[in-house]
Design a binder for this molecule. Structure first.
Ligand SMILES: [Zn+2]
Length: 403
């Protein structure tokens, strides 16, 4: 193998630069500028996003002998969280109310490192690589916007496989890289309901139509539905986290309103919840001669890893790392992630990287979350190796590997 064109020191420098100037949401002009500077001079076809500050960069294989040159996609998210970082580290956030508390600064750094490695090893590429730098992962729909703007077809033909990684801290694993077959992260949907009754005097509920008792009954009916309507081995969680009605104890209000989050681990459960839970909410209100206005929004699909792609990623990792650094995770994570939007459209896999420092840390999203920078070089190598390995497989499909 040729010497690596990226040094750990260089990756740490870039990570700290990005960490100090975090931006939240879909519009991340400074982050985009910093990345473009890092990619300058590399033989990439770069397309900035139109509706967000994404970067799509295509590295073309030099070997274009095949009729259809395949392509794979590597993704890193770019956005920070609306969290204030306590002072301490010399590279701590210089922006009040913004912090890379979820480690997306590490993802960008690893993908820049991979871009440099792949450019250096361009002659070995058996196809094209699409680098997807995505803003707005934290509930802003950034992946969907990039998909609408064509990231999956940026190389020409649709990418055959997609690969992403996420650093985790504060939940130490025995191995650095965690792979997972099947569902790896939960899907999330939001149910918002307004129960329309008819207000009146608290002493004479028969002259009114009380939405408060209906709302209370609905909250419990939703919990019953979770246990009666869904397979216990394909679990669903419903939590009513917000419930509001009325102004004073002796006044029956006109309306009651609640919001619930719904988590699930399969597309089937996601679709079934979308059918059952709004109907139940409307039905309880109707039973009391009231009306429920229900809004049901899918926020994140469950993130489902493709088996063959996960095996391919494992095989790539095994060429780089000691077996002790690799683990197959027995259970999914309950958090959500919008790379799931990509994996709904193309097969791929999402890998967890344990970046808990030796001294420990609070979990991702905490203002005190800290990440071990020692993962940067290995993360960059894994991104690059996945692309090299997977494209080689696409060029010379082996029946065993593709089964
Ligand atoms: Zn994240």
């Amino acid at each position: 193998m040729p010497p690596s064109p990226v040094s750990q020191d260089d990756l740490v420098r870039l990570r700290r630069t990005l960490h100090a100037e975090p931006e939240v949401g879909l519009d991340l002009p400074d982050t985009q500028r910093a990345l473009l500077r890092e990619l300058e001079g590399l033989p990439l076809e770069i397309v900035p996003g139109r509706r967000c500050s994404s970067i799509t960069a295509v590295l073309r294989a030099t070997d274009r002998a095949a009729a259809d040159v395949p392509a794979v996609l590597l993704r890193a998210d770019m956005d920070a969280l609306p969290v204030s970082e306590p002072a301490g580290e010399e590279f701590a956030s210089r922006r009040a109310g913004a912090m890379h508390a979820c480690g997306h600064d590490l993802h960008m750094t690893m993908l820049v490192g991979a871009a440099r490695m792949l450019c250096e090893r361009r002659a070995e590429l058996a196809g094209d690589v699409v680098l997807m730098f995505q803003p707005g992962e934290e509930g802003w729909g950034g992946a969907s916007i990039m998909i609408e703007e064509g990231v999956l077809d940026a190389a020409g033909p649709r990418v055959s496989a997609a690969f992403g990684m996420h650093v985790m801290t504060g939940d130490r694993r025995p191995a650095r890289f965690g792979f997972r077959h099947g569902t790896a992260m939960a899907g999330a949907s939001a149910l918002t309901a307004t129960i329309r009754g008819c207000g009146g005097h608290g002493s004479a509920p028969h002259l009114a139509s009380d939405p408060v008792t209906t709302a209370a009954e609905t909250v419990l009916a939703l919990q019953s539905a979770v246990t009666r309507e869904f397979d216990v081995l394909d679990p669903v969680v419903v939590t009513v986290g917000s419930l509001h009605a009325g102004t004073k104890r002796n006044i029956i209000p006109d309306d009651a309103r609640f919001e619930a989050t719904v988590r699930c681990f399969s597309p089937e459960a996601r679709d079934r919840a979308a059918e059952i839970l709004p109907a139940l909410t409307a039905g309880v209100a109707a039973a009391h001669r009231q009306r429920a206005e229900v809004e049901y929004v899918h926020e994140f699909p469950p993130l489902v890893n493709d088996d063959a792609e996960t095996r391919a990623a494992l095989a790539a990792a095994e060429t780089l790392f000691d077996p002790a650094a690799i683990e197959v995770l027995p259970r999914p994570k309950t958090a959500s992630e919008d790379f799931a939007e990509v994996l709904e459209r193309v097969p791929g896999t999402f890998v967890f990287v344990d970046a808990t420092p030796a001294a420990g840390s609070e979990y991702n999203h905490s203002p005190r979350a800290v990440y071990d920078e020692a993962v940067l070089a290995d993360g960059a190598r894994l991104y690059a190796e996945f692309a090299l390995h997977r494209l080689r497989m696409l060029r010379e499909p082996s029946p065993a590997a593709e089964s």
